[in-house]
Design a protein around this ligand. Structure first.
Ligand code: MG
Length: 483
């Protein structure tokens, strides 16, 4: 184990460098450096792979497996074996082909989206689906080829789990109808209220300070799409965006990314530089961001906390009620990233069903736009005006990321379960309205963050909450909150 971890330090250092380069390329890198950066990154990725798949390293992993005598050591072996499974089972020619196709597909997708022309993207997507199906065969699965792809993003999560999750969320259809016919607000004048970007940035910083953002180890910047980059345990960076109006978008994105960054920062320092330091899966990661964004920032208590700050920084004359309403509008929209809490999961359900169809072969790429629009009509009662606002809206497929979307719903549901569990121990409304977030951060650190990836996601959730992923908890939460 000792030798293994010593050798792994090289991989860790490469990962550290790649993360910093990735963050930089989305924030401050001069545009003209993109190609050079791409080549440098590709070389580092190849170097990392060659260390991980070397005879020496494979041997270390097998010997460590025999020696592993506690949860951390077993976790280290588990995480490494998962990484190795991908590199050793999928032929290198297929990986290279995917790299080549997705590099072209990214550009084709951007152009196709701009012109709302699905047919321009279609041949690329057809090839990507073929590659993904081949990849699933190489990776192996028990019941469904899509299981192999889901597992890449959410360890141990299968079609059976996903079917259970989404069928458990179907009662939201009724709730949505009820909410819309009850006169719950769908629009708010604050959506159009302009703000000064410098002041908005200051407000974001102020709110982050209250939440417990550690400027010694974390920083906030701006990018085209908000993201979090855990460069190391002691360097976690987040970004947000500024549109000049509709301050909710900037603030909630900032709070969302804060949740991701807190998870990365909360790993126990004894796990530093090991393969188990850092979030265990995309679903669990998203539960952390969604907890802060939805359960905390969309609460009444948080509205009262920030109302004076909104007045002070943005000069808007608002009441806590205004802020709460504005943060919790429910309005079916064609765009996933603009969706509210109630409609969000339908966007994911739709993508899940289509992806599953593509991978199992029951749906062809050419049928996608129509299938997309039909489901949109079925779930949300709206039809996208064109494919740019429909089937072409997300970047994921062009990157070859299939099996990724369900993790958004896992996180959204899990966030509510975490909040409910936490309320058994803490008086959240009081803590939040006082701006006293340290008991909340501590609870999360103790139950979830400190474990890094020591336990697989399902086991971590069971240990932390004493229950499994439960869509009913989310439906109940919506029923109560939006009454
Ligand atoms: Mg996120």
């Amino acid at each position: 184990m000792e030798e293994l971890l010593k050798e792994y330090e090289k991989v860790w250092a490469i990962g550290y460098s790649l993360a910093l380069m990735g963050w930089d390329s989305e924030t401050y890198m001069p545009e003209g450096s993109a190609r050079e950066r791409g080549e440098a990154s590709a070389a580092l990725v190849a170097l990392k792979q060659s260390i991980l798949t070397s005879e020496k390293f494979l041997d270390f992993v097998e010997r460590a497996n025999e020696e592993a005598s506690n949860d951390v050591e077993r976790g280290i072996v588990r995480v490494l074996r998962r990484a190795l499974k991908y590199y050793t089972r999928v032929p290198v020619e297929l990986l290279r082909e995917e790299e080549r196709v997705t590099n072209e597909a990214k550009i084709a997708w951007r152009k196709a989206k701009k012109r709302a022309d699905f047919n321009a993207f279609r041949p690329y997507l057809e090839r990507i689906v073929e590659i993904k199906r081949e990849e699933a065969e190489h990776l192996g699965y028990e019941n469904h080829p899509y299981d192999a792809l889901l597992d890449l993003y959410e360890e141990g999560f299968t079609v059976k789990d996903a079917d259970q999750l989404f069928s458990g969320l179907k009662p939201l259809t009724k709730e949505l109808e009820r909410i819309l016919s009850s006169g719950w607000p769908q629009e708010h004048p604050l959506e159009e209220a302009p703000y000064d970007a410098v002041r908005m940035r200051e407000l974001n910083e102020r709110v982050l300070g209250i939440l417990g953002f550690e400027r010694e180890y974390q920083r906030l910047d701006a990018s085209a799409h908000p993201f979090t980059e855990g460069i190391g345990l002691y360097d976690v960076r987040i970004t947000t965006w500024y549109h000049g109006k509709d301050f909710r978008r900037s603030l909630l994105a900032t709070v969302h990314e804060f949740g991701h960054s807190l998870y990365e920062r909360g790993c126990d320092p004894s796990l530093w530089k090991t393969p188990v330091c850092g979030g265990v899966s995309l679903g669990v990661h998203e539960s952390q961001s969604r907890f802060w964004e939805n359960y905390i920032a969309r609460s009444r208590a948080f509205s009262s906390l920030i109302t004076p700050l909104v007045k002070e920084y943005l000069g808007l004359d608002v009441s806590p009620d205004d802020v709460f309403t504005y943060f919790n509008l429910v309005r079916p929209s064609t765009i996933r990233v603009e969706a509210d809490e109630v409609t969000y999961n339908f966007h994911i359900m739709l993508r899940y069903e289509l992806e599953k169809g593509l991978i199992e072969g029951s749906l062809e790429v050419k049928e996608l736009p129509q299938a997309w629009n039909e489901k949109m009509e079925e779930y949300l009662g709206i039809t996208p005006p064109n494919d740019a606002e429909g089937v072409l809206q997300d970047i994921h497929w062009s990157l070859g990321a299939m099996g990724y979307f369900p993790t958004y719903s896992i996180g959204t549901v899990l966030a509510v379960q975490i909040g409910r569990k936490m309320e058994e121990d803490l008086d959240l409304p009081s803590l939040v309205s006082e701006g006293n977030f340290s008991p909340i951060r501590e609870w999360l650190r103790e139950k979830i963050h400190r474990w890094g990836s020591v336990y697989p996601p399902k086991e971590l959730v069971r240990r932390a909450l004493g229950e499994d992923l439960d869509p009913k908890a989310f439906v109940d939460y919506v029923k109560v909150k939006y009454r």
